[in-house]
Design a protein around this ligand. Sequence first.
Ligand code: IPE
Ligand code: IPE
Ligand code: MG
Length: 234
Amino acid sequence: MDKNIPEHIAIIMDGNGRWAKKRFIPRKLGHRAGAQTLNKLIKYADEIGIKHMTVYAFSTENWSRSKEEVDALMNLLREYISDYIRDNKDSNIKVDMIGDISALDDDIQEKIKELEDVSSIKKGMNLHIAVNYGGRDEILRSLKKIYKNIEEGKISFNDITEKTISNFLDTRNFPDPDLIIRTSGELRLSNFMLWQAAYSEFYVTDKLWPDFNKDDLLDAIEQYKSRSRRFGGR
Ligand code: IPE
Ligand code: IPE
Ligand code: MG
């Protein structure tokens, strides 16, 4: 792969429910299949030299689903993190979470901390998993932190710039996504990366997330390379 590949790819992993429905199986099995797809894809993305990948796993609005589905998703998250730590001791990929983790059950928060700790020495692709993430909630949390810093005299009102806001978002340590991929054909952001998506390129496929594969990722990257990014210039 050449140097023109996106540095940061963000993915709205949508369509697990429809995938399960087509097979007449419970939605939770669709989510399970989606987690397996993610595992395959991150290895491939790391191999081809992607530096950052953010994946939208659970939104601030997903709490409004049935208790049964929310519980299944939280249990899947528990299992995913434990299995990931067990199976990826030799992996190069560095994992962290974005979103309001403080609202998750304590044991999940502890597992996340453990995963981030074992990841901290890794030097490969940075995988950011968005859990209880919402773009509006992220901006609101950022503004509250800025306000607190003003109150404590650490930032002065007149010094606030766009960079200040970026610096207080969950994504403060990495670049904005160059490419946002959404599966299942929906043409919306669903509260994902509202601030960061200002100049992202979009790739939408009708494929359902569990069916998304290496070739689809390559196709998205090829399309991205053919785009002309102008950032408002001529
Ligand atoms: C994406 O799949 C996973 C989550 C939002 C947690 P969906 O569960 O939204 O699948 P569809 O959109 O109903 O097919
Ligand atoms: C977006 O998918 C959230 C995730 C993929 C985690 P949704 O399925 O929740 O989005 P809507 O409801 O179709 O907008
Ligand atoms: Mg959906």
